[in-house]
Design a binder for this molecule. Structure first.
Ligand SMILES: *[C@@H]1O[C@H](CO)[C@@H](O)[C@H](O)[C@H]1NC(C)=O
Ligand SMILES: *[C@@H]1O[C@H](CO)[C@@H](O)[C@H](O)[C@H]1NC(C)=O
Ligand SMILES: *[C@@H]1O[C@H](CO)[C@@H](O)[C@H](O)[C@H]1NC(C)=O
Ligand SMILES: *[C@@H]1O[C@H](CO)[C@@H](O)[C@H](O)[C@H]1NC(C)=O
Length: 438
């Protein structure tokens, strides 16, 4: 308690060594801990990760004071890099700018080059669901994870993943690494269990080794299929930078895509009206014609459905920045090197910014100002993180294919409980049923 929190409201460490980690564990998740802390102490709060002072920002207003549009490092990626203990890219602005541009090109080009493949995978899933009797319960999260793993691995890392065994191996290692960086580091439990730590390190090493081989293979050669990694390889980056950027992207885009698809379909099953509107838009835009990238751009209502999905699910509830020079928010001084959390999950359910925040209402994004606020948080527009842009596109294609032919229905009596990690998911399987439109 002798440690000073620079006058920022908040809590003192409950333990000398662990700081407030035990409080976070007791809250169930970092997000739930932050909800509570902001309720008690206001928009700017402080607490302790171990011996380190952390400041969390919990309203649009204070976040806008902190988000520097000139800063090129994405706060979600920054957080993942630090959790993976990756070192490169520490603040050199021109280098960060170049890496960001390469990632953006990678997203654009891999989507363009693989659009037909993405459509094919979506149609395979549709055929599978069309073959089910109407009473059959479909394990949505599991199917979406499978779909995301298959599509993302090939679009990011290429033809190695035409082999299903490679996808399964990747999924297993991905699961190990992702669950540990989401939980094991934050609550300090990974360092206390050598078995888990070894499993984590082995999985990470295997993923890195797969990526290294692919990077080597793609270097200095041209392929007809453009994958995400090609854009990094063709840029002026060293091997370690390519490895780190492709690792972050492949880890995060798989899970963000899987969860965005899952939540979007979940919300559609519980909101008949929204599903009907989406169906009408899809019919109006595509008619009986093919699904093309140009037409996909015209799906404005679908875009609002996905934004509202990200908001209602609080898809990525927390991101982070390191305070590089001393800063000020409201009357509070934020010391240099403070870890600053963006409590996005708190902000996305703030009733002062989003009237009836728990209602799933895509129409709220008809208002330009609302969309602008959402963009300023990094969920849309120019500040959007590349993984999310990628996920929006994949989900849009999938929804276009599914909603055109199927009614997506909820299973009566099912209560979906939420698990807040780096990316928000349902605690247990989310079941749905489907019925044919024709
Ligand atoms: C961003 O960059 C512009 C132009 O270089 C500069 O005028 C402005 O002060 C910067 N904004 C912040 C918040 O650093
Ligand atoms: C930033 O990084 C680039 C590329 O790695 C390098 O050429 C340049 O000298 C660096 N600039 C600064 C200011 O460190
Ligand atoms: C360490 O982790 C392993 C694997 O998850 C688990 O089986 C074991 O019980 C853990 N050991 C301790 C001491 O918590
Ligand atoms: C790859 O394609 C580029 C542009 O089309 C060309 O300039 C380059 O020579 C090609 N490289 C190889 C190894 O074929």
């Amino acid at each position: 308690a002798s440690r000073q929190a620079a006058g920022i409201p908040g809590i003192t460490p409950t333990e000398e060594k662990d700081g407030n980690l035990p409080d976070i564990v007791n809250s169930g998740s970092l997000h739930e801990f932050l909800v509570n802390l902001h309720e008690r102490y206001g928009p700017v709060v402080s607490f302790w990760f171990g011996r380190r002072l952390v400041v969390s920002l919990g309203t649009v207003d204070v976040l806008k004071q902190h988000i520097n549009p000139n800063k090129t490092s994405d706060p979600f990626e920054t957080m993942l890099k630090s959790l993976l203990r990756y070192q490169s890219g520490g603040g050199n602005v021109s280098e960060n700018q170049m890496r960001k541009k390469l990632c953006e090109n990678g997203v654009t080009n891999s989507l363009k080059s693989n659009f037909a493949f993405l459509l094919k995978l979506s149609e395979e899933l549709l055929d599978k669901w069309l073959s089910y009797p109407e009473t059959q319960h479909v394990p949505l999260s599991q199917h979406m994870l499978g779909f995301a793993m298959k599509s993302v691995t090939q679009m990011v890392m290429g033809s190695t993943f035409e082999n299903d065994q490679e996808v399964i191996r990747f999924q297993k290692n991905h699961g190990t690494v992702w669950s540990e960086i989401g939980k094991g580091f934050l609550d300090g439990s990974l360092d206390k269990n050598t078995t888990r730590k070894k499993q984590y390190e082995d999985a990470l090493m295997q993923l890195e080794s797969v990526l290294r081989n692919i990077i080597k293979e793609r270097k200095g050669r041209n392929f007809s299929q453009h994958i995400f990694i090609d854009s990094l390889v063709k840029g002026n980056l060293n091997d370690q930078q390519i490895l780190e950027d492709s690792m972050i992207f492949s880890l995060a885009s798989c899970i963000i895509t899987a969860k965005l698809c899952t939540w979007a379909i979940c919300f559609l099953t519980t909101s008949e009206e929204v599903q009907k509107n989406l169906y009408e838009e899809i019919n109006q835009v595509f008619g009986n014609g093919p699904i093309t990238p140009e037409k996909i751009e015209q799906l404005r209502y679908c875009q609002h459905v996905l934004c509202e999905t990200v908001r209602t699910a609080k898809l990525t509830p927390v991101s982070a920045q390191l305070q590089d020079i001393e800063g000020k928010i409201d009357q509070f001084i934020i010391p240099r090197e403070t870890l600053v959390l963006y409590a996005l999950g708190v902000v996305l359910q703030d009733p002062n910014t989003w009237p009836s925040p728990h209602k799933f209402d895509p129409d709220r994004f008809d208002d330009e100002l609302v969309m602008k606020t959402f963009s300023s948080l990094g969920f849309s527009g120019t500040q959007e993180c590349p993984e999310l842009r990628f996920a929006y596109m994949v989900t849009t294609v999938l929804l276009s294919v599914l909603v055109k032919r199927l009614h997506l229905l909820s299973v009566e009596g099912q209560v979906i409980e939420t698990k807040y990690e780096l990316v928000t998911s349902s605690r247990e399987e989310a079941w749905i049923t489907v019925s044919k439109r024709y």
